[in-house]
Write a protein that binds this ligand. Structure first.
Ligand code: SF4
Length: 346
């Protein structure tokens, strides 16, 4: 069955020699399976010299275990793959500093995301990828590890793209690129079989990948499309994510021996509670509407302190010098409007 999927993909690659390929890799199992099937198909079709770009979106607050794993793997791929695929390159994408999680929360005082106000997915995960895809020259197609069977709504969207056998999602709106979905009809067993049995890239440690999934169920989507499942909700995601009531993935990782992740969990839980403290929030939103607004500058400074304590606990820099400078500048910008609010409230 895996070999059929490779052959099916090889036919599509061969039929599309004029295209270049952008492969979304998140470090998770589905994108690993899609990458492996695609590369095997590329070899089977004799199209190894196609232009291929493997992209990874670095949110800056990704689950540390998955992030370390993905970046280690990307380094290995960088050494291994261009020998076989001479026109393959690897790109790590990042949101501009001002759109980062901490610039928004600690700098501008955004309340951490909730299910109703999930401001982060677009800036951290979707826009960096969209910008890259948009800027890619020629008729590039995007290769993703999206699959049937993750939710009914998603299945309906996928089915609209052409039924069970189609591995293409042809996008005709605006500047959207066509999607090639090599593992579209894979079940979980097949995903793991592809991730473990296909040899290339050998730099993906499939045993370590399986270990990562003890506890986590899915991975966060990289590309915002009607097919993409929602961010968070039991998936690997940001260690700062307050959309979920509990970060079960990380909790399970801690239970399974990754005790060094506990300080990240503690910070997330603290941030979720701190979010609700009205005394550290403006009484109006930025648009002037009455209701809990951004964190006060004092509240932002408290979060900043907590991050510094976390840095000490985990022995890792979480805020760069440039990020700190930006955050302090944003505090200065908000000092005056905050003072006006205070005077009005007296
Ligand atoms: S994992 Fe959570 S914090 Fe991260 S982008 Fe998704 S919803 Fe936002």
């Amino acid at each position: 069955m895996i070999s059929n999927a490779i052959s099916r993909c090889a036919i599509e690659i061969k039929k599309n020699r004029d295209r270049s390929w952008i492969i979304g890799y998140s470090g998770g199992k589905d994108s690993t399976a899609a990458l492996k099937v695609f590369l095997a198909a590329s070899r089977e079709s004799g199209c190894e010299d196609d232009c291929i770009t493997v992209i990874y979106c670095d949110t800056g607050v990704e689950n540390p275990e998955l992030d370390f794993f993905a970046k280690r793997t990307l380094e290995g791929m960088q050494r291994e793959l261009p020998v076989i695929f001479p026109n393959l390159r690897i790109e790590i994408l990042k949101a501009p500093l001002k759109e980062g999680f901490f610039a928004r929360v600690v700098g501008r005082g955004y309340a951490p995301p909730t299910n109703r106000f999930r401001w982060c997915t677009k800036g951290l995960r979707v826009l960096p990828v969209q910008r890259f895809i948009k800027a890619s020259p020629g008729d590039a197609a995007v290769v993703l590890g999206l699959r049937y069977g993750e939710s009914r709504q998603r299945d309906r969207s996928l089915a609209k793209g052409g039924g069970e056998e189609a591995i293409w999602q042809v996008q005709r709106e605006g500047a959207q690129r066509d999607l090639l979905l090599p593992v579209l009809d894979f079940n979980l067993e097949m995903v793991w079989a592809a991730a473990q049995l296909i040899d290339l890239p050998s730099s993906i440690d499939s045993i370590a990948l399986e270990e990562l999934y003890r506890g986590a169920t899915e991975e966060c989507p990289m590309v915002k499309s009607p097919l993409a499942p929602p961010c968070a909700s039991g998936r690997f995601g940001c260690w700062t994510c307050t959309v979920v009531r509990r970060d079960k993935s990380t909790e399970n990782m801690v239970k399974n021996g990754k005790a060094w992740l506990q300080p990240y969990l503690d910070f997330r839980d603290w941030l979720q509670l701190f979010r609700a403290q009205a005394s550290f929030r403006w009484p109006v939103r930025r648009n002037g509407a009455v209701g809990l607004g951004p964190f006060t500058v004092e509240g932002r400074k408290i979060i900043f302190k907590e991050i510094q304590l976390l840095e000490e606990a985990v022995g890792r820099e979480l805020l760069s010098h440039a990020e700190i400078a930006l955050i302090k500048d944003l505090w200065r910008q908000d000092a005056e409007p905050e003072e006006r609010l205070r005077l009005r409230g007296k």
